[in-house]
Design a protein around this ligand. Structure first.
Ligand code: AMP
Length: 375
């Protein structure tokens, strides 16, 4: 195993909040960080040693970037495959390009998961209106149509409730390839954030419970309120996914827990995940430090929680009446504020989050909601 030591430079494709928190952890441990993305003055760039603004398809710029770093990782999985391949000719990229290729497309991801025996919702590949008509008949309603590529936070999704919705739903695809999946009447959504290093060591942060609002993650808390058998099954699914992919880095497995206690994988995120942000304040090692350790060939850190925790996202909406009153939220001493340095607080844009630590997950959720309402 090649160890990348402190003082080396980690290259990061993407420049959002995930890269920012990764960079904070990397710099804490004495690494340098170089971020590459099409933007400037970014959440990651503000913290990194070097911020390169370049197009992902400018492969000469990508190669120059790759030559300037000791290893590359990413915080944004929609980096084009050709970009990652160009970098990988020069320097190691973790997780590798093949994993990125699978996980950046819902169809490839679901096909991979189903082929390897992982539990997923029944799905069909959609290219034409006829495909969609047949699939809706086979899967039944309601079902959810999703573009195969470039989807997140419910973008590119439409729910089909009756056969009359088919045509309008198909039009929203605008010619793009899609998948349709049966609607899951889930009891709750949970995730397993975990990491695997080059030696095959695996570590996980237990099971985190997630609540969404308007398809965007709203609240996460840990530990999840689930049966022990569900906990073990969720961890085993995550471990097995990392093994099957020969994964190196931090991975999030998002799962539905059905009303009859069955787990189904909704999707994989090949990077730190919003539901794992609470690990930053609540655990001995955060999901970001774990990513760093994994890609640098270091031993993974302890994922032990100091105390139960809850996280509440801060979307641009709360800036509607001007700058929120941060001091009011921070009057609660067990609440931590994270802001991502984004200048423009657009509606629905993830601007930051709050984490609360308490003696139970229930109390942490109550505290973090209270803190957010103070804003
Ligand atoms: P996604 O972008 O696929 O993670 O979807 C965002 C959110 O939409 C999920 O976290 C769920 O709350 C909801 N959702 C997506 N797919 C389904 C489904 N097949 N059944 C029920 N809810 C879904």
């Amino acid at each position: 195993m090649k160890t990348i030591c402190p003082n080396s430079t980690i290259g990061v494709f993407g420049s959002g909040q995930l890269g920012r928190m990764f960079a904070i952890e990397a710099r804490k441990m004495g690494y340098r960080v170089h971020t590459f993305s099409p933007d400037s003055d970014t959440p990651t760039g503000q913290v990194a040693d070097i911020e390169t603004q370049g197009a992902y398809d400018d492969l000469d710029a990508v190669r120059r970037f790759a030559k300037s770093v000791n290893v590359v990782t990413f915080e944004f999985e929609n980096v084009p495959s050709a970009t990652v391949e160009a970098a990988a000719e020069i320097v190691d990229v973790h997780p590798n390009g093949e994993i990125l290729h699978i996980t950046q497309n819902r169809l490839r991801e679901k096909t991979f998961l189903a082929a390897n025996g992982f539990p997923v919702t029944p799905f069909r590949h959609i290219n034409t209106m006829d495909d969609l008509r047949i699939a809706v008949t086979e899967l039944g309603v309601p079902c959810v149509l999703k573009t195969a590529g470039f989807g997140y936070d419910g973008k590119g999704q439409s729910k089909i409730t009756t056969h009359h919705d088919i045509e309008a739903a198909f039009q929203t695809l605008d010619g793009h390839e899609a998948v349709i999946e049966a609607f899951v009447d889930f009891e709750k959504e949970v995730s397993v954030v975990c990491a695997r290093n080059q030696n095959g060591n695996f570590a996980h942060f237990g099971v985190i419970e997630n609540e969404h609002a308007h398809h965007i993650l709203d609240i996460s808390f840990a530990p999840a309120f689930i049966a022990e058998s569900v906990f073990h099954e969720a961890i085993e699914i995550a471990r097995s996914v990392t093994e099957t992919l020969n994964y190196v880095g931090t991975l999030c497995v998002e799962l539905f827990l059905t009303r009859n206690e069955k787990l189904l994988i909704n999707e994989l995120a090949p990077r730190p995940h919003n539901s794992g942000h609470l690990t930053f304040d609540a655990c001995v090692t955060s999901q970001f430090e774990q990513q760093l350790r994994a890609v640098c060939g270091l031993p993974l850190g302890s994922t032990e929680f100091y105390r139960p925790a809850a996280m509440a996202n801060l979307l641009g909406n709360i800036w509607e009446n001007g700058e929120p009153d941060w001091a009011d939220a921070l009057k609660l001493p067990d609440v931590k504020l994270h802001l991502y340095g984004k200048i423009e607080p657009r509606k629905g844009r993830k601007m930051g989050h709050l984490t609360a630590i308490a003696n139970s997950a229930e109390a942490a959720v109550e505290l973090v909601r209270r803190a957010r309402s103070e804003l």
